[in-house]
Design a binder for this molecule. Structure first.
Ligand SMILES: CCCCCCCCCCCCCCCCCCCCCCCCCCCC(=O)SCCNC(=O)CCNC(=O)[C@H](O)C(C)(C)COP(=O)(O)OP(=O)(O)OC[C@H]1O[C@@H](n2cnc3c(N)ncnc32)[C@H](O)[C@@H]1OP(=O)(O)O
Ligand code: NDP
Length: 515
């Protein structure tokens, strides 16, 4: 019997960010392994015209939850969606709901965050820092609370090369930042943002670091742990391989590459691609929840959930395997044939951006105009290149994260728990994982049917022929122009033609002699 699964039995669990990528997988695993848990409270806002109930209904009826319904048929009754907006005071939770949360919650998993790299500082602080502070305040009023698990990121200190399982202070106190957001206007905040984030690449990593400081400062008597995952990718094993539902991290770039929009990137092939499957993160999170509640460590423990020091894979290998998978299972209606050029040089990268990305987009838009349609490719390409430029920071560096706490926890688990809540990435086969990841993107993100693969392959063959034809025509035009303008080119041309003529004459003469 799994001790961790048994621990969550009968518990009331509060999850923030349950509608997000990681939150959904966390809920799924909890219901599947501990169907006798009492209730999962989730803080949900309304979005895209959907009520909180409609959002929950949609999640529970998704493919991800198919297995859960077999093990826990009354899952609808065990999930309690509470309307909340983490940007508002007291999260805009009603008095009755707040009372219930305060008196019943046993465990909190705080996953909600803004993960956008370009969020204005004010918004990122509100969600990643102030909301964390408010949640801690709520937690301190929960008499039955056993553990508070805060999800941060391994990149909260990406300005360092080696990162230990400690909280590194930021130069300006989080409280001062929170206060200043109240009275500074947006223009001033935008102006001081680069100075505040310092050598971090974006407001996301900076505010996640501030969030950790808040956790440390406001922890009081709470039993707290922090988990720092690296780049979270599709599921490895559970509930099935390759599940993914958003474009964050590598997923969006894999789509862009598979559809032939992205053909080169400024990336260091030997840099470590510290990807971690989402089910691995969730297994560690649940194990940490159990350990923190049961063993009550004296201080706040930080767990790095990374793959680099256990089972490293680099971007070169990853890119190669992604391309190999496109050969087997191509995406439908590609713009160009998928290709990968890695360059570490900024000038070469700009050259490829012009030749491989912008020029085809301009040509295609010209074609759309000629055929009376609205041009859209240049706009799309500009957005893609902006996205790529924001992700480049992470594919040109390697980091080392120490993992003593994660290894300690692994050794504390019973063999059964190590199996059910497996977070040992040494067992991960990267080639298989990446293949499943690409397949998952095709099925769950692009919603493409496997039956369309022969047609997709045929389409790629047509694109290859168009490519050859286009290149040949371009070469002939360039050559013709050169011959018209340069004596040397004419001499070379004359030499080639006469050489071919002599060779043919010799060939014809020798074959006549043989007869
Ligand atoms: C290095 C090898 C690559 C080689 C490539 C060469 C050729 C390809 C060969 C195949 C190789 C493929 C190999 C894998 C590629 C690996 C690269 C991986 C990079 C990963 C780096 C991740 C670092 C993460 C570190 C921190 C981890 C965390 O803690 S948090 C989670 C990470 N957070 C994010 O990822 C959020 C990032 N996103 C944003 O901040 C925003 O979306 C944006 C600023 C990028 C864009 O914002 P915008 O306002 O423009 O609009 P938005 O509405 O959000 O989206 C606009 C359109 O862009 C699409 N989109 C969104 N995200 C991505 C994305 N990650 N990649 C691509 N496209 C994306 C979105 O759908 C929109 O599309 P349209 O609706 O069609 O306009
Ligand atoms: N994905 C990754 O690569 C990594 C993620 N992490 C961390 O993991 C955690 C989860 O990330 P992930 O699941 O990928 O992120 P998602 O963007 O998928 O999910 C974010 C969640 O936060 C919720 N949220 C955002 N704003 C509000 C708000 N104002 N009120 C209520 N809820 C809100 C979202 O709700 P809604 O659906 O309504 O928008 C959503 O449920 C985050 O803390 C992130 O920093 C760490 C490392 C890597």
């Amino acid at each position: 019997m799994s001790m961790i699964a048994a621990f969550y039995g009968g518990k009331s669990i509060l999850i923030t960010g349950a509608t997000g990528f990681m939150g959904k997988v966390l809920m799924e695993k909890l219901f599947r392994t501990s169907p006798d848990l009492k209730v999962i409270y989730i803080l949900v806002r309304t979005k895209a015209g959907q009520t909180t109930q409609q959002r929950v209904f949609q999640i529970l009826n998704s493919k991800l939850f198919e297995k859960v319904k077999e093990v826990c048929p009354n899952v609808h009754e065990k999930i309690r969606a509470i309307y909340a907006d983490l940007n508002q005071n007291d999260f805009a939770i009603s008095k009755e709901d707040m009372q219930e949360l305060l008196s019943c919650t046993n465990i909190i998993f705080h996953c909600a965050a803004t993960v956008r790299f370009d969020d204005p500082l004010r918004h990122a602080v509100q969600l990643n820092v102030t909301a964390t502070q408010q949640l801690l305040l709520m937690a301190s009023q929960m008499p039955k609370l056993e553990a508070f698990i805060h999800i941060s990121t391994a990149f909260s200190n990406c300005n360092l090369k080696h990162i230990d399982e400690v909280i590194y202070p930021c130069p300006v106190e989080p409280k001062k930042i929170i206060d200043s957001m109240e009275w500074l206007d947006d223009a001033i905040i935008d102006e001081i943002t680069p100075k505040l984030i310092g050598d971090r690449p974006n407001t996301y990593t900076y505010t996640k670091a501030l969030g950790e400081m808040v956790v440390q400062q406001e922890s009081g008597n709470l039993n707290i742990a922090i988990i720092r995952p690296s780049i979270v990718g599709a599921t490895w094993q559970e509930p099935f391989p390759g599940w993914v539902d958003n474009l964050n991290g590598p997923s969006g770039l894999i789509i862009a590459a598979g559809k032939g929009f992205l053909r080169s990137i400024r990336a260091t092939p030997m840099a470590v691609a510290d990807l971690i499957p989402v089910d691995t993160v969730v297994n560690l999170t649940l194990a940490v929840g159990w350990y923190t509640a049961v063993h009550r460590p004296k201080s706040t423990l930080i767990y790095h959930c990374t793959s680099g020091n256990f089972n490293p894979c680099n971007w070169g290998k990853m890119g190669f395997q992604v391309l190999a998978t496109f050969e087997k299972v191509p995406f439908e209606r590609a713009f160009r044939r998928p290709n990968a050029d890695f360059t570490t040089n900024t000038i070469t990268s700009q050259y490829w951006n012009a030749v491989s990305h912008r020029a085809p987009a301009i040509i295609y838009d010209f074609y759309l105009r000629l055929t009376g349609r609205k041009p859209r490719m240049t706009k799309l390409m500009n957005r893609l290149l902006r996205t790529v430029s924001m992700l480049e920071y992470f594919v040109n560096r390697s980091w080392e994260w120490s993992t003593y706490n994660t290894e300690m926890l692994m050794s504390e688990l019973s063999p059964e728990d190590q199996r059910v809540f497996n977070f040992d990435v040494r067992q991960l086969n990267w080639l298989e994982y990446i293949e499943n990841y690409v397949l998952g993107i095709k099925k769950y993100l692009l919603k493409e049917d496997m039956a369309g693969i022969p047609e997709a392959k045929q389409h790629l063959r047509r694109l290859r022929n168009i490519h050859y034809l286009f290149n040949t025509a371009l070469f002939l035009i360039a050559w013709r122009l050169l011959i018209a303008r340069s004596q040397m080119a004419r001499n070379v041309w004359f030499f080639i033609v006469s050489f071919c003529y002599k060779f043919l004459s010799y060939f014809r003469a020798s074959s006549t002699l043989k007869v």
